[in-house]
Design a protein around this ligand. Structure first.
Ligand code: SME
Length: 160
């Protein structure tokens, strides 16, 4: 078992420490499922105020849930549907302060109030999937979270 004990005073340091731990976890491991599983566990342990973190994988143009932490989630999401589906189809980060105001939001856990979804794009430009993090707090995620989670998604793009 790994014990990273990540407790940073500010968000930039927190994400730097998570990214550094993630680089270490995936180094030399070619199995994408293993890497997604450890990434979800690391983020779950390290980020405060979240109730779901995990991956949806692009399987033939449809998102299918991958390794995650939190309550059991919707299994399949069409591109363009909900926050994850819009992130997949637009390939743009979705930072949603109030998920209840997001058209078509898919409520897997009624406790979720805000959310960030970051596309994971491989070296060949293909969409590999998305990294989804939910919070019970309204407007939990800001520009610093966005930069930090994008960095984590970049690491995962080389690791799945
Ligand atoms: N809220 C997401 C669905 C996935 S769950 O949050 C795990 C969405 O609308 O894409």
């Amino acid at each position: 078992m790994y014990d990273f004990k990540i407790e940073a005073a500010d968000k930039a340091t927190l994400y730097r420490d998570i990214a550094s731990a993630l680089e270490g976890l995936v180094a030399g491991e070619p199995d994408g499922i293993a890497n997604m599983a450890n990434a979800a566990a690391l983020i779950w342990e390290s980020l405060p105020d979240i109730n779901w973190v995990g991956f949806y994988r692009n399987v033939g143009g449809e998102l299918i849930v991958g390794p995650f932490q939190g309550r059991p989630a919707c299994i399949r999401i069409a591109f363009g549907s909900g926050v994850c589906g819009v992130a997949a189809s637009s390939r743009e980060v979705q930072l949603v302060e109030d998920v209840h105001a997001f058209p078509g939001h898919i409520a897997c856990d009624s406790a979720s109030n805000s959310e960030i979804v970051v596309p994971i794009v491989g070296a060949d430009g293909e969409l590999l999937g998305v990294l989804d993090i939910d919070s019970p707090k309204h407007a939990r995620f800001d520009a610093e979270d966005r930069a930090g989670v994008v960095r984590l998604a970049e690491i995962m793009a080389r690791s799945i």
